[in-house]
Ligand binder design. Structure first.
Ligand code: NAX
Length: 327
């Protein structure tokens, strides 16, 4: 039998944590042959609720679940960790400026990065879900100089899946007919969902919708879907966010299907004019357990402008956290 994989979930007592843990324990994160040991990291006030979740995990008798540890100590949580889902973050509250938000999150993601650097396993893979996800991932990565930068990623898979869902509904096709869709840039309102390179039934997606819908309805709808969910459901996206985190890590570990790609925020190598070093969303494939940016796509003027605008926002966030001494 294979040794259990150590999976750390931060913010484990929160909403996304609750939607995520049972799916991880059931084998959906790493596959049906891989046992997992869960490490739940919470702040002290969250530990008791995390213990409650652990009771329910026990009550589920998951065959693949080798154990559950709960701690409020990041160093303990990440010791020997193979996968880290960094969900817990400091949300923006009323009257908080962007600088305050970045600083508060720096206080979470820098220490977690140091803990990862100190004790994580050599194959550690990090997915940051907690917002502002891209820049939180950059802070954690920068605090972990001994871990290859490409092991730190941020989640834009929810945006990707939302875009697939919107396009499928518009064209009345199954989601399985949609391929090569890309979210570029930041997980924020500046993100750019690109239909010009996407395909539906093997033909250009952009050519199957009218331009006004693509530019004035589709793009803002995807970028503001989080707000729509809050408005309609009365709470932020939870199960869909957990689902996207599962998709991201599953594909990272197991590879993406031949002839298609997905979206993930990974460190830029300068591809497509995105400044090197920022953690920005790209069209990516996963091969042999590593993300690779899809090369050679045609970028029209409209796309160019959108990609540049989102990259600019990420550069501004990076400069702001640099000025705060967090990089
Ligand atoms: P909750 O407030 O329900 O849960 C957050 C949990 O994190 C709490 O239990 C809290 O005690 C814990 N926490 C806070 N600081 C911590 C720390 N330093 N170490 C460990 N745990 C800590 O929020 P939830 O709805 O679960 O959302 C979590 C994060 O996901 C938020 O930052 C949210 O903005 C972000 N999202 C990101 C998405 C994405 O696509 N990248 C989409 C969904 C979601 O909005």
């Amino acid at each position: 039998p294979t040794a259990p994989v150590n999976v750390v979930v931060t913010g484990a007592a929160g909403q996304i944590g609750y939607a995520l843990l049972f799916r991880i324990a059931s084998g959906q994160l790493l596959g049906p042959d891989t046992p997992v040991r869960l490490r739940l990291l919470e702040i002290p006030q969250g530990v008791k609720a995390a213990e409650g979740v652990a009771l329910e995990l026990q009550d589920s008798a998951f065959p693949l679940l080798a154990g559950v540890d709960i701690t409020d100590d990041a160093t303990k949580a990440f010791d020997g960790a193979n996968v880290g889902l960094l969900v817990g973050a400091r949300p923006r509250t009323k009257g908080m400026e962007r600088g305050d938000l970045l600083e508060a999150n720096g206080g979470i993601f820098a220490p977690q990065g140091r803990a990862i650097n100190a004790g994580a396993a050599d194959d550690i893979r990090i997915l940051v879900v907690g917002n502002p996800a891209n820049t939180n991932a950059l802070i954690a990565s920068s605090a972990a100089p001994d871990v290859p930068a490409e092991r730190f990623t941020a989640m834009t898979r929810l945006d990707h899946n939302r875009a697939v869902g919107q396009l499928a509904a518009k064209l009345e096709v199954p989601v399985t007919e949609i391929h090569k869709l890309t979210i570029w840039g930041n997980h924020s309102a500046t993100q750019y969902p690109d239909l010009y390179n996407a395909e539906v039934n093997g033909k250009s997606a952009a050519e199957q919708v009218d331009e006004a819908w693509l530019r004035d309805e589709f793009i803002p709808r995807v970028a503001k879907r989080g707000a729509e969910i809050i408005e309609v459901r009365g709470g932020s996206s939870v199960a869909s966010a957990a689902n996207a985190a599962i998709d991201h890590v599953y594909d990272w570990v197991n590879g993406t299907p031949e002839g298609d790609w997905v979206s993930a925020a990974i460190p830029s190598d300068g591809s497509y004019g995105v400044p090197e070093g920022i953690i920005s969303s790209f069209p990516v494939t996963s091969e042999n357990g590593a993300w690779k940016i899809v090369q050679g796509l045609d970028i029209n003027d409209f796309s160019r402008e959108r990609i540049d605008a989102s990259a600019k926002e990420l550069v501004e966030e990076r400069d702001a956290v640099k000025a705060l001494g967090l990089l």
